[in-house]
Ligand binder design. Structure first.
Ligand SMILES: NC(=O)c1ccc[n+]([C@@H]2O[C@H](COP(=O)([O-])OP(=O)(O)OC[C@H]3O[C@@H](n4cnc5c(N)ncnc54)[C@H](O)[C@@H]3O)[C@@H](O)[C@H]2O)c1
Ligand SMILES: O=c1ccn([C@@H]2O[C@H](COP(=O)(O)OP(=O)(O)O[C@H]3O[C@H](CO)[C@@H](O)[C@H](O)[C@H]3O)[C@@H](O)[C@H]2O)c(=O)[nH]1
Length: 435
């Protein structure tokens, strides 16, 4: 099929490359010239495992190209919109300026029979509003909403083998045709038996934000238990194992620690709350405000643990392991690691941070930090070591060898990712979260 992808960020670049990898003819469009130049050269503008390989395989085939010129969409029949919906600067709501601008540009070039497919995560009601706009400009173009559930770090495999496909479509023949076209786009996943849920616009939009709200709630639930464990001497990791054996609860997403960050969960629960308030139903999701607060309290807890262990923060040398919001990503959006490192530095600590992929991004964002290419260099001479992003490079460190590098053997394990017994046996003071 002939496909365009508008917005080539963490979602759109992966979607464009993966669709070409699956055999479609794809043009990716973005307003960011630097990003388009890199992608056109077959180089990913960010770190994502598997993306270099799909870019490399698809670019020479001629089935994948990138441009800033919106008129290129006229060569495609299905147009995915994957631009950002970040939190507005002065509130909780989603900033819809990029979606609105992308639709305005796209609508100048679509032709009768085309299908526009929204992929961005949007407040419920957006698709209905945009469908009216599309109908007023080009009545023979259909809009579908097809939310994306990929996880960074697994983005390519999640795109090629999604665990479900959700199509929000209008009623009637145009909606049926839209679902048929989307089944053609995702032919390999559909043939492999991936569940396909065809529904209305509002349900498709709500599926996306409620899935993220559920995941965020699960993480904050276990972090709330960690708070109780900390004052009772219980071990939240054992608690998670025990309740996780109940298949109705499940062990996944019950890892207590510094909590969730990234470009999705934090801003999506805030935007959901804001939209619910607009709809006069703020109380229905008021618990999400608590989910957010529990999450942010964990970051404060880590700063306090460092203060407690070091007897203050001014002049204390802290080695921070991790900057990205999760391992296997270079994404710093709402990263607990970057936030904690900056708060420690702002309180007077001398912070040296390391991350396998995110140092370059962090240099521009956090001039108050020192950076080290390796974990060993980050912890050399440290009074306290703080593990915040559980990269294998960090969780696999040998406590005996690292013990020879630091000034004081004190480690705060912000992800409960280390073996406390092994670190204590090597002479370390080990502090986890909720254990
Ligand atoms: N990152 C993820 O893992 C993920 C997963 C599922 C859903 N989402 C959702 O997908 C959307 C995009 O997220 P992202 O992480 O890729 O964001 P991003 O910031 O990495 O990428 C957005 C891209 O859109 C481009 N853009 C902005 N305005 C444009 C316009 N008018 N025309 C063309 N391009 C334009 C930007 O230059 C940028 O490259 C968001 O709604 C997000 O919530 C993201
Ligand atoms: O038990 C857990 C699991 C995750 N996290 C943290 O939660 C955040 C989000 O992790 P994850 O969901 O794996 O990453 P994302 O790439 O942000 O993916 C989420 O957000 C995307 C954008 O909406 C969705 O598409 C995905 O389905 C959804 O998982 C990260 O900071 C993790 O460290 C925890 O603290 N404890």
């Amino acid at each position: 099929m002939r496909i365009s992808v508008i917005g080539c960020g963490y979602l759109g670049a992966v979607h464009a490359a993966s669709m070409a990898h699956l055999g479609h003819d794809v043009v990716g469009i973005d307003v960011d010239e630097a990003k388009i130049a890199l992608l056109s050269a077959g180089r990913p503008p960010f770190f994502e495992p598997g993306l270099p390989e799909v870019l490399e395989s698809a670019t020479p085939s001629g089935r994948l190209r990138f441009t800033t010129d919106f008129s290129a969409v006229s060569e495609s029949d299905v147009h995915f919109v994957a631009v950002g919906t970040p939190q507005v600067a002065d509130g909780d709501a989603a900033d819809m300026r990029f979606v609105d601008a992308a639709f305005a540009s796209l609508l100048e070039h679509v032709k009768p029979g085309d299908l526009i497919v929204g992929k961005s995560t949007v407040p419920v009601g957006t698709a209905a509003r945009l469908a009216d706009l599309v109908a007023s400009v080009q009545p023979e173009v259909t809009l579908a909403w097809n939310p994306e559930f990929l996880r960074e770090g697994f983005a390519v495999s999640d795109t090629v083998n999604p665990d479900r496909l959700v199509y929000g479509v209008p009623e009637g023949e145009s909606g049926e045709r839209a679902a048929r076209l989307l089944n053609e786009v995702y032919e390999s996943a559909v043939a492999a038996g991936t569940p396909v849920i065809v529904t209305d616009y509002a349900t498709s939009e709500l599926v996306k934000v409620s899935a993220n709200a559920f995941l965020a709630t699960k993480i904050s639930f276990i972090n709330a238990m960690a708070e109780i464990a900390e004052v009772t001497g219980a071990d939240v990791t054992k608690l998670a194992d025990a309740i996780g054996h109940d298949a109705r609860i499940g062990r996944r997403f019950l890892n207590a620690g510094v909590g969730f960050g990234g470009g999705c969960l934090p801003k999506d629960i805030r935007a959901f709350s804001a939209r619910a308030r607009e709809l006069g139903k703020g109380e229905a999701v008021r618990f999400l405000d608590e989910v957010d607060k529990i999450n942010l309290r964990r970051r404060t807890r880590v700063v306090e643990l460092v203060r407690e262990e070091a007897g203050g923060l001014a002049g204390v040398r802290v080695g921070v392991l991790g900057l990205a919001f999760k391992p296997h990503s270079d994404d710093l959006r709402d990263s607990p690691a970057l936030d904690i490192a900056m708060r420690l530095a702002d309180a007077g600590a001398i912070v040296t941070a390391s991350d396998p992929q995110a140092i370059e991004n962090a240099r521009h964002r956090a001039p108050q930090l020192l950076f080290a290419e390796t974990a060993e260099d980050a912890v050399r001479g440290a009074d306290v070591v703080v593990l915040i992003t559980e990269w294998p490079e960090f969780t696999g460190l040998d406590p005996v060898a690292v013990g020879d590098l630091v000034a004081h053997r004190t480690i705060i394990d912000g992800r409960n990712a280390l073996d406390p017994a092994a670190w204590r046996a090597a002479g370390w003071t080990y502090r986890g979260l909720g254990r």
